[in-house]
Design a protein around this ligand. Structure first.
Ligand SMILES: [Fe+2]
Ligand SMILES: [Fe+2]
Length: 159
């Protein structure tokens, strides 16, 4: 759940940076709307962590800053790339949440409910970004994003 929380910290940072950089008012509204939903996810995962007697990642400011920087860069390149970045990110998060859903014990109904709603929201975020005109990112970029996500999820599990 801490890993999921870090994911939401990053999602929020990405969307906020992208909303800041785009010159397209409609797209800005799109990013801001998604960012608000990520804020909900952030609150749910944080609350669940507390209920489980755990804590959020100590490195959250670092994750936030990193994701914000990436969002700025993606946004600067152009709106289509920025949206392509959203599609890839959300699809990766959706896959991660699907595997987490499988790994959760059947008895943890509350966590399952949270992860399940988030998974559906992320899928919708990806689809919306596609419909808004996302370009497909080059394969090496997608690999790099996967590698970065792996580092993040592995670290956040412990720290
Ligand atoms: Fe989310
Ligand atoms: Fe999302």
């Amino acid at each position: 759940m801490r890993v999921n929380h870090v994911g939401e910290v990053c999602a929020q940072a990405l969307y906020q940076a992208q909303a800041l950089v785009t010159r397209d008012a409609q797209l800005r509204a799109h990013f801001e709307q998604a960012s608000r939903e990520e804020t909900d996810h952030l609150a749910w995962t944080q609350e669940r962590l507390k209920e489980l007697g755990s804590r959020v990642s100590l490195l959250n400011p670092l994750w936030y800053a990193g994701a914000f920087g990436i969002g700025l860069v993606a946004g600067r390149i152009g709106d289509a790339v920025s949206l392509g970045f959203v599609v890839e990110t959300e699809r990766q998060v959706e896959q991660h949440l699907a595997s987490h859903l499988d790994a959760l014990p059947a008895s943890d109904v509350r966590s399952k409910a949270i992860v399940s709603v988030m998974k559906d929201d992320e899928a919708r975020h990806a689809t919306n970004a596609e419909l808004a005109g996302a370009s497909t990112l080059p394969v090496p970029v997608r690999w790099a994003m996967r590698a970065a996500a792996k580092v993040m999820t592995t670290t956040a599990y412990y720290v």
